[in-house]
Design a protein around this ligand. Sequence first.
Ligand code: FES
Ligand code: FES
Length: 210
Amino acid sequence: MTGGARFSVSTCQNEIAGPANSGWNRRRNRLIIDKIAVPYTQRSATFNGAQSMSIQLTVNGSPVTVAAAETTPLLHVLRNQLDLKGARYGCGLGQCGTCMVLVDGEPVYACTCEIGTVAGRRITTIEGIGSAAQPHPLQTAFLDEQVGQCAYCLCGIIMSAKALLDRSPSPTRAEIVEALDKHLCRCGAHPRILAAVEKAAAMLREGARR
Ligand code: FES
Ligand code: FES
Protein backbone atom coordinates (compact mmCIF):
# COMPACT_ATOMS: atom_id res chain seq x y z
CA MET A 1 0.00 0.00 0.00
CA THR A 2 2.56 2.48 -1.13
CA GLY A 3 2.78 4.85 -4.04
CA GLY A 4 -0.55 6.62 -3.48
CA ALA A 5 -1.09 10.34 -3.39
CA ARG A 6 -1.70 12.57 -0.41
CA PHE A 7 -4.73 14.82 -0.49
CA SER A 8 -2.54 17.90 -0.62
CA VAL A 9 -0.66 16.58 -3.67
CA SER A 10 -2.42 16.31 -6.99
CA THR A 11 -2.64 12.91 -8.63
CA CYS A 12 -0.84 14.43 -11.58
CA GLN A 13 2.12 15.39 -9.42
CA ASN A 14 2.19 11.89 -8.00
CA GLU A 15 2.33 10.38 -11.46
CA ILE A 16 5.32 12.56 -12.22
CA ALA A 17 7.00 11.51 -8.94
CA GLY A 18 6.80 7.87 -9.93
CA PRO A 19 3.99 5.61 -11.11
CA ALA A 20 3.22 2.53 -9.05
CA ASN A 21 5.51 0.10 -10.88
CA SER A 22 8.45 2.38 -11.52
CA GLY A 23 11.94 1.43 -10.45
CA TRP A 24 11.83 4.27 -7.95
CA ASN A 25 8.82 2.73 -6.20
CA ARG A 26 10.20 -0.80 -6.33
CA ARG A 27 13.41 0.38 -4.65
CA ARG A 28 11.45 2.26 -2.01
CA ASN A 29 9.18 -0.74 -1.34
CA ARG A 30 12.23 -2.99 -0.98
CA LEU A 31 13.72 -0.56 1.54
CA ILE A 32 10.52 -0.54 3.57
CA ILE A 33 10.27 -4.33 3.59
CA ASP A 34 13.93 -4.79 4.53
CA LYS A 35 14.27 -2.09 7.16
CA ILE A 36 10.92 -1.75 8.84
CA ALA A 37 8.40 -4.46 8.02
CA VAL A 38 10.57 -7.16 9.60
CA PRO A 39 10.57 -5.55 13.05
CA TYR A 40 6.78 -5.32 12.76
CA THR A 41 6.66 -9.08 12.18
CA GLN A 42 8.97 -9.71 15.10
CA ARG A 43 6.75 -7.68 17.39
CA SER A 44 3.76 -9.70 16.19
CA ALA A 45 5.59 -12.92 16.99
CA THR A 46 5.24 -12.16 20.70
CA PHE A 47 1.49 -11.89 20.28
CA ASN A 48 0.64 -15.14 22.06
CA GLY A 49 4.02 -15.53 23.71
CA ALA A 50 5.18 -15.51 27.30
CA GLN A 51 4.88 -11.73 27.60
CA SER A 52 1.12 -11.75 27.02
CA MET A 53 -0.94 -9.90 29.56
CA SER A 54 -4.59 -9.17 30.08
CA ILE A 55 -5.57 -5.77 28.66
CA GLN A 56 -9.00 -4.17 28.96
CA LEU A 57 -10.37 -1.62 26.55
CA THR A 58 -13.68 -0.52 25.09
CA VAL A 59 -14.19 -1.37 21.43
CA ASN A 60 -17.19 0.04 19.57
CA GLY A 61 -18.98 0.63 22.85
CA SER A 62 -18.40 -2.81 24.36
CA PRO A 63 -15.85 -3.64 27.08
CA VAL A 64 -13.39 -6.28 25.94
CA THR A 65 -10.43 -8.03 27.50
CA VAL A 66 -7.63 -9.28 25.28
CA ALA A 67 -4.50 -11.27 25.99
CA ALA A 68 -1.54 -9.78 24.18
CA ALA A 69 1.99 -8.57 24.66
CA GLU A 70 1.75 -4.87 25.40
CA THR A 71 3.86 -4.08 22.33
CA THR A 72 1.46 -5.88 19.98
CA PRO A 73 0.07 -3.47 17.38
CA LEU A 74 -3.53 -2.49 18.05
CA LEU A 75 -4.27 -3.38 14.42
CA HIS A 76 -3.18 -6.94 15.05
CA VAL A 77 -5.50 -7.26 18.04
CA LEU A 78 -8.46 -5.76 16.21
CA ARG A 79 -8.11 -7.95 13.15
CA ASN A 80 -6.83 -11.22 14.61
CA GLN A 81 -8.40 -11.35 18.06
CA LEU A 82 -11.58 -9.34 17.69
CA ASP A 83 -12.28 -10.19 14.03
CA LEU A 84 -12.73 -6.53 13.10
CA LYS A 85 -11.34 -6.47 9.57
CA GLY A 86 -12.31 -2.92 8.56
CA ALA A 87 -9.00 -1.42 9.66
CA ARG A 88 -6.50 -2.75 7.12
CA TYR A 89 -2.81 -3.38 6.95
CA GLY A 90 -1.19 -1.22 4.31
CA CYS A 91 2.31 -0.03 5.10
CA GLY A 92 2.63 -0.95 8.78
CA LEU A 93 4.62 2.26 9.17
CA GLY A 94 2.14 4.98 10.04
CA GLN A 95 2.29 6.38 6.52
CA CYS A 96 -0.76 5.30 4.53
CA GLY A 97 -3.74 5.48 6.90
CA THR A 98 -5.52 2.28 5.85
CA CYS A 99 -5.43 1.15 9.49
CA MET A 100 -6.92 4.33 10.96
CA VAL A 101 -9.18 3.95 14.00
CA LEU A 102 -10.35 6.41 16.62
CA VAL A 103 -8.91 6.35 20.13
CA ASP A 104 -11.07 8.47 22.41
CA GLY A 105 -12.39 10.13 19.26
CA GLU A 106 -9.01 10.98 17.71
CA PRO A 107 -7.58 9.30 14.59
CA VAL A 108 -4.71 6.94 15.38
CA TYR A 109 -2.70 4.64 13.12
CA ALA A 110 -3.55 1.20 14.54
CA CYS A 111 -0.47 -0.35 12.91
CA THR A 112 2.00 1.63 15.00
CA CYS A 113 -0.13 1.95 18.14
CA GLU A 114 0.93 -0.56 20.77
CA ILE A 115 -1.99 -2.18 22.56
CA GLY A 116 -0.44 -1.45 25.95
CA THR A 117 -0.72 2.30 25.32
CA VAL A 118 -4.50 2.17 24.80
CA ALA A 119 -5.48 0.07 27.81
CA GLY A 120 -8.69 1.49 29.27
CA ARG A 121 -9.28 3.72 26.24
CA ARG A 122 -12.24 3.89 23.86
CA ILE A 123 -11.53 2.44 20.40
CA THR A 124 -13.88 3.00 17.46
CA THR A 125 -13.53 1.15 14.18
CA ILE A 126 -15.54 1.41 10.96
CA GLU A 127 -17.73 -1.44 12.25
CA GLY A 128 -18.74 0.76 15.17
CA ILE A 129 -20.11 3.74 13.27
CA GLY A 130 -22.81 2.09 11.14
CA SER A 131 -24.02 -1.07 9.50
CA ALA A 132 -25.42 -2.12 6.14
CA ALA A 133 -28.90 -1.71 7.62
CA GLN A 134 -28.14 1.59 9.35
CA PRO A 135 -25.16 3.23 7.66
CA HIS A 136 -23.50 6.36 8.99
CA PRO A 137 -24.04 9.34 6.65
CA LEU A 138 -20.37 9.08 5.68
CA GLN A 139 -20.92 5.51 4.54
CA THR A 140 -24.06 6.53 2.66
CA ALA A 141 -22.30 9.43 0.98
CA PHE A 142 -19.30 7.32 -0.03
CA LEU A 143 -21.68 4.83 -1.66
CA ASP A 144 -23.76 7.57 -3.29
CA GLU A 145 -20.66 9.18 -4.77
CA GLN A 146 -19.33 5.77 -5.92
CA VAL A 147 -16.03 6.73 -4.30
CA GLY A 148 -14.27 3.40 -4.21
CA GLN A 149 -12.14 2.01 -6.97
CA CYS A 150 -10.28 -0.70 -5.07
CA ALA A 151 -11.64 0.80 -1.80
CA TYR A 152 -8.63 -0.39 0.22
CA CYS A 153 -8.06 3.07 1.66
CA LEU A 154 -11.65 3.98 2.39
CA CYS A 155 -12.35 2.55 5.86
CA GLY A 156 -9.43 4.49 7.26
CA ILE A 157 -10.37 7.66 5.42
CA ILE A 158 -13.95 7.47 6.69
CA MET A 159 -12.65 7.25 10.27
CA SER A 160 -10.55 10.39 9.89
CA ALA A 161 -13.50 12.10 8.22
CA LYS A 162 -15.73 11.12 11.12
CA ALA A 163 -13.33 12.63 13.64
CA LEU A 164 -13.31 15.83 11.57
CA LEU A 165 -17.10 16.08 11.27
CA ASP A 166 -17.56 15.31 14.97
CA ARG A 167 -15.53 18.37 15.88
CA SER A 168 -16.32 20.57 12.87
CA PRO A 169 -19.79 20.11 11.29
CA SER A 170 -19.13 22.57 8.45
CA PRO A 171 -15.52 22.09 7.38
CA THR A 172 -14.08 23.96 4.45
CA ARG A 173 -12.55 22.04 1.55
CA ALA A 174 -9.11 23.05 2.89
CA GLU A 175 -9.93 21.69 6.33
CA ILE A 176 -11.08 18.38 4.83
CA VAL A 177 -7.87 18.13 2.80
CA GLU A 178 -5.81 18.82 5.92
CA ALA A 179 -7.71 16.21 7.97
CA LEU A 180 -7.29 13.55 5.29
CA ASP A 181 -3.69 14.32 4.43
CA LYS A 182 -2.56 11.46 6.70
CA HIS A 183 -4.01 9.09 4.09
CA LEU A 184 -2.84 7.75 0.77
CA CYS A 185 -5.17 6.71 -2.05
CA ARG A 186 -3.33 5.06 -4.88
CA CYS A 187 -6.42 4.92 -7.10
CA GLY A 188 -6.67 8.70 -7.35
CA ALA A 189 -10.18 8.80 -5.89
CA HIS A 190 -9.41 12.06 -4.08
CA PRO A 191 -12.02 14.26 -5.83
CA ARG A 192 -14.82 11.76 -5.09
CA ILE A 193 -13.62 11.32 -1.50
CA LEU A 194 -13.70 15.07 -0.90
CA ALA A 195 -17.15 15.34 -2.49
CA ALA A 196 -18.45 12.49 -0.32
CA VAL A 197 -17.17 14.08 2.90
CA GLU A 198 -18.83 17.36 1.95
CA LYS A 199 -22.06 15.50 1.17
CA ALA A 200 -21.95 13.64 4.51
CA ALA A 201 -21.38 16.92 6.35
CA ALA A 202 -24.49 18.36 4.67
CA MET A 203 -26.50 15.23 5.53
CA LEU A 204 -25.43 15.44 9.18
CA ARG A 205 -26.31 19.14 9.37
CA GLU A 206 -29.69 18.45 7.79
CA GLY A 207 -30.30 15.60 10.25
CA ALA A 208 -29.40 17.83 13.18
CA ARG A 209 -31.92 20.46 12.03
CA ARG A 210 -34.83 17.95 12.05
S1 FES B 1 -0.99 0.38 7.73
FE1 FES B 1 -0.25 2.20 6.78
S2 FES B 1 -0.48 3.70 8.34
FE2 FES B 1 -1.06 1.84 9.29
S1 FES C 1 -6.57 3.14 -2.73
FE1 FES C 1 -8.09 2.40 -4.11
S2 FES C 1 -9.81 3.71 -3.77
FE2 FES C 1 -8.20 4.55 -2.53
